[in-house]
Design a protein around this ligand. Structure first.
Ligand code: FES
Length: 330
């Protein structure tokens, strides 16, 4: 496994529901000492137990709504929030049903792959549902720096949006909340982009549908890639039509079968291999793997269009084979 960050064992100081789907956790050092600092957009990996007993890791962004200087330099607690996904593999159900105040949780020290950049113009934060969590910290950091920031926060219903009071206090008129149920439809992303200035940069975190829409709309408007920063808030899910396929590991000569509901990465791990990975969402690039043969169904946000078209590399945490057989150079 790729992760070399120090591991921490923290006590759950508080676990409470913010709304019917989102549960918030306050995590503190067992001896009450200060925790490693972090910057806005950082996440921690938390060890969870899946149904059946297997252990796995889930990423949760660190939430800090305080614009006070130094608020995240040596914090006395980490705050995370977990949306319950009943259709998921069980990580969020573990966090909702099993973890209680007083329990110990094993996490990795914070890591930031979604940091605010230095730029002129406004940081336009677009949050979809639980994707708000890293953006709360970004809003606080921009306010602390006296830098321009605006947030558009969308969800299906107002009841399912968390942290709205904190954001209202932080951002005032610079926060706009969109509840699909009240507005009669989803947030108008095109209109939102058309109101942005030429120096503005986007920070997007939300479900895949939202991210794909933002990427398509910014591309259609000629926005350069360096103006759009994002984090996808999902784990790989099976898509209609996913099938099992044969996976050949050319260097060892082994042949495995990747079932329809399993990623290549998980299949390798289950079969005793030790592949490199980190995000498991097709974003970080760590699991890039050379491909010798096979039709790749690219689903990541890391490789360029040219790299995808080459058919010579893939992100095994999320992408699959279209055909019956894939040969990897590992
Ligand atoms: S583990 Fe991050 S792209 Fe695959």
């Amino acid at each position: 496994m790729s992760n070399t960050l120090p591991t921490l064992t923290l006590r759950v100081a508080e676990a409470r529901l913010l709304n019917p789907l989102i549960r918030q956790f306050r995590l503190r050092a067992v001896d009450g000492s200060a925790l490693p600092g972090y910057t806005a957009g950082a996440h921690v990996r938390v060890r969870v137990r899946l149904p059946g007993g297997a252990e796995d890791w889930r990423h949760y962004s660190l939430i800090n709504p305080s614009p006070a200087p130094g608020a995240t330099d040596a914090p006395h607690e980490y705050v995370i929030a977990v949306r319950r996904e009943d259709q998921g593999r069980g990580g969020s159900r573990c966090m909702h049903e099993q973890v209680q105040a007083g329990d110990l949780l094993v996490i990795d020290a914070p890591k930031n792959e979604f940091a605010l950049r230095e730029h002129a113009g406004c940081a336009v934060l677009i949050a979809g549902g639980i994707g708000v969590t890293p953006l709360v910290s970004m809003a606080a950091q921009r306010v602390r720096e006296g830098a321009a920031v605006r947030m558009h926060y969308a969800g299906r219903t107002r009841e399912l949006l968390a942290f709205v009071p904190e954001l209202e206090q932080l951002l005032g008129d610079a926060l706009s909340v969109h509840a699909d149920a009240e507005a009669g439809g989803p947030l108008d992303l095109g209109a939102l982009l058309d109101r942005c200035g030429a120096d503005d940069q986007l920070y997007v975190c939300g479900p895949k549908l939202m991210l794909d829409a933002v990427l398509a709309l910014t591309q259609a408007r000629g926005w350069t890639h360096d103006r759009v920063h994002f984090e996808l808030f999902t784990t790989p899910t099976a898509e209609a039509g996913d099938r099992a396929f044969e996976l050949v590991l050319a260097q060892s000569g082994r042949t495995l079968t990747v079932p329809a509901g399993t990623t290549i990465l998980d299949c390798l791990i289950e079969n005793g291999c030790d592949p490199m990975f980190d995000c498991k969402r097709g974003e970080c690039g760590v699991c890039s793997t050379p491909v010798i043969e096979g039709d790749i169904d690219h689903r990541d946000y890391f490789l360029s269009q040219d790299e995808k078209a080459s058919g010579k590399v893939m992100q095994i945490c999320i992408s699959r084979a279209r055909g019956p057989r894939l040969v990897l150079d590992i």
